[in-house]
Design a protein around this ligand. Sequence first.
Ligand SMILES: *Cc1c(COP(=O)(O)O)cnc(C)c1O
Length: 396
Amino acid sequence: MKTHYGNYGGQYVAETLMAPLKELETAYEAAKTDPSFRREFEELLHDYVGRESPLTCARRLSEHLGGATILLKREDLNHTGAHKVNNTIGQALLAKRMGKRRLIAETGAGMHGVATATVAALFGMPCEVYMGAVDVERQAPNVERMKLLGAKVHAVSEGSATLKDAMNEALRDWVSNCDDTFYVIGTVAGPAPYPEMVRDFQSVIGREARRQCLEKYGRLPDEAIACVGGGSNAIGLFAGFIDDAAVRLVGVEAGGKGLATGEHAASINGGRLGVLHGAKTMLLQTDDGNVIDTYSVSAGLDYPGVGPEHCHLHDTGRAEYAVINDDEAVAAFEALCRFEGIIPALESSHALAEAIKRAPKLGKDKLLLVNLSGRGDKDMENIMRYKAAHPYSSRA
Ligand SMILES: *Cc1c(COP(=O)(O)O)cnc(C)c1O
């Protein structure tokens, strides 16, 4: 079991959580090599999520840009409209195997809360989701979704009443109830073994994309590009290509209003080393070490830290991490709508924006693989608000 990624990762948790983490690690180690566990996981990904997800060539957009060909891995076509469900299915299956009867989760924008509530309904397990009171206000439709799916939503009013406070509350619940409760973490963060486990569940994205690319184009992509919040869709994509040295891995962080303004969510490019959510990682913090709330036009990139493996991939140079600001992401969002008839999530639009920057500088024989982590229907209100506030913003 991998606990550290270079200088990052580990288990920075209360003493009382060491035993439940060990229990989880032991259970996961046994499950991942158990053919019946893998079969059940793969069956649900096929029959419930609708995998495999297609690889779509963005032909008109690529021609318009006049350079490399952009390929889209269509996680937006999964049931629930994003990649998160790949992971929550895996963790719920593991919970069932461990005899845990109750699922808990924390959520910021609400997407992971919805993905957890979804699988709780599927498996008939009670589910409680912690969410900052401010986020409960901001993300009302997702709160309604979770309730429809049968979950109980706790509004957390401690601290700044946002994601980091919800994470603390979820950990507190787990400490008190670990005998019968499974804590479902939504990205490749948290204490070991979560980063490795979530990576494994999401690696189906990269495995499929690699095979699809070889089948269709007879070769690997030149670059694999994904947005990074906590980093699970990016790690899932990278996992398929990490041993292919010729494939450049590109993570894209949310630059919000620009790194210099301090209003962003770029933990690698704009953060410092610290401890968050039980792991050592790069995070946004003040000089005296308090976690700073993130800002981005896309609520799903709001994690104030980043998965420890990304920090290590950054240090070793195996992956590079770019920054895309709100205006560039919105322009990419509009371009995909207009040129391909696909409404992408604003999160995924960050990855797309980076590809749009790179494509014209590359030859027509180059392939840029972009992970379209989710669909954008959920972002309509956000986009309308953004456009009303920025009436002269340019189009790609
Ligand atoms: C949650 C979310 C993200 C960010 O999470 P990662 O763990 O970084 O993948 C990206 N895209 C969509 C559509 C999301 O819902």
